[in-house]
Structures are given as C-alpha cells and as structure tokens.
Design a protein. Structure first.
Length: 75
C-alpha cells in the first residue's frame, strides 16, 4: 500500500507530470476493496497504476538492493 500512497502524493503534488490518458482512466477506477486492499474496480484494469507506482518506488531508490545502497553497484 506504501507504493500507492506515494503515487497518490506525487500525482496530487505534481499533476502536470502525468500525461497518460490510460493511466488517468485507470486511476478513476482504482478503489479500496472491502478487505482493505487497493485494486481496480470489477471489470477495470490497474496495470498502468501499478506500473507507475513501481516505477516511482524504484526512481526514489526504495527498490534498490542493499548492495546498491551501499555503493556496490552503480547504474
């Protein structure tokens, strides 16, 4: 859920960064389920939402391995 919270924060703070009509359409149908999880509404897709959340996580360095954080790997 952390990744989705971060995506919401960035989309709220910097909406001009997001141009994809497909991503925005998927965001409109992305809901919290009764069990507390977040996912696309029934019959909708969430591929772009999840891909963007993962991309932002990696971009922010949260997806790096401990070796990369320690300076063992460079990109």
């Amino acid at each position: 859920m952390y990744m989705i919270s971060e995506l919401v924060a960035v989309m709220t703070a910097e909406p001009r960064l997001f141009y994809s009509a497909r991503l925005l359409d998927e965001c409109r149908t992305f809901v919290r389920q009764e069990d507390g999880t977040a996912a696309a509404a029934s019959g909708a897709h969430d591929d772009c939402v999840m891909a963007m959340a993962i991309a932002l996580t990696v971009r922010n360095g949260l997806g790096k391995t401990s070796e990369a954080k320690a300076g063992w790997a460079s990109v």
